[in-house]
Write a protein that binds this ligand. Structure first.
Ligand code: FE2
Length: 290
């Protein structure tokens, strides 16, 4: 039986006495149910090979090789590296490209449904992930605004609309020329009804959202900014300091997040390395829970 305790903030859950080494169908079914109810999950003190991490993530959905193919872990196409470390003078993973509010890969269709990370190396002073509860943020909107936005479709493509300067630490990770040629527009709902829980949530109102179908750009961006500012109020935001050995997962259909800004270094006290796998879809055994 999975034991869990709510995190100290407004949402999220810590899984206790769990080992990825001995999970089975029953254990994972309970874990997935707990995860979707809480939207954000931490499993501390794990020891995993990259192969074990890949297998664990496959319980959540279909692992999806990331668009940033030059920062994937060699030999494991679904594993993206997030790191402030360098090798031969070049960054080995996404460094600054997630230091703004965003929703993982909302710019593809289908979008990512869950992201799972494993903390391989953590700095002595932990750096924090910030994550917002987009279901609660939606529920606390005025009814009139909910009616106004239900059914709207949002234009997404790669990038951070708040900062498109490639040299800024707050812009999306820089693309190669080949990747730039593959950037495409997709439309996603502004209000996402979760396929597992049935709860409605604001979806991807920061980062890759650049317009709203049938609305002029000025009005659309103003509305998206208003919804973003609403969703990142402290009452909706959880901060989590990564420790070595943490598995940290978020439900991308019901949350929005921002990574820490760190300097490039190989100093052991400041270095961080995460493996990250995002999946699409959901395991059929977790549909639906309410
Ligand atoms: Fe992210």
């Amino acid at each position: 039986m999975v034991r869990y305790k709510p995190l100290s903030g407004s949402f999220g859950v810590e899984i206790c006495d769990f080992s990825t080494a001995d999970h089975d169908h029953e254990v994972m079914s309970a874990l997935l149910e707990t995860f979707y109810r809480h939207q954000f999950m931490v499993i501390p003190s794990q020891e995993l090979s990259v192969g074990q991490f890949n297998t664990f993530c496959s319980w959540f959905g279909a692992p999806e090789p990331h668009f940033l193919d030059h920062l994937r872990l060699p030999g494991y196409p679904a594993v993206l590296t997030l790191s402030n470390m360098t090798k031969n003078g070049r960054q080995i993973g996404v460094h600054e490209g997630a230091s703004f509010w965003h929703t993982d890969v909302a710019y593809r269709d289908p979008p990512n449904s869950t992201t799972i990370t494993f903390s391989v190396i953590a700095p002595t002073d932990p750096v924090e992930l910030e994550i917002s509860d987009m279901a609660k943020a939606y529920e606390e909107l005025p009814e009139s605004l909910k009616k106004e936005i239900d059914g709207l479709k949002v234009l997404h493509h790669y990038g951070n609309r708040a900062d498109m300067d490639e040299n800024s630490p707050y812009s999306a990770e820089r693309l190669t020329d080949e990747q730039k040629r593959k950037v495409a527009n997709v439309y996603q709902p502004l209000v996402m009804k979760h396929p597992v829980t049935g709860r409605k949530a604001l979806y991807a109102v920061a980062g890759s959202s650049f317009g709203i179908m049938g609305m002029n750009d000025q009005t659309a961006l103003s509305l998206l900014d208003e919804l973003k500012d609403h969703a990142i109020q402290p009452k909706f935001v959880q901060k989590y300091p990564y420790k070595k050995g943490d598995i940290v997962a978020w439900d991308t259909l019901a949350t929005m997040h921002k990574g820490p800004l760190t300097r490039l270094t190989n100093d052991p006290g400041e270095s961080r390395l995460l493996w990250r796998i995002s999946v699409t879809g959901h395991n059929p055994m977790s549909l639906p829970i309410i």
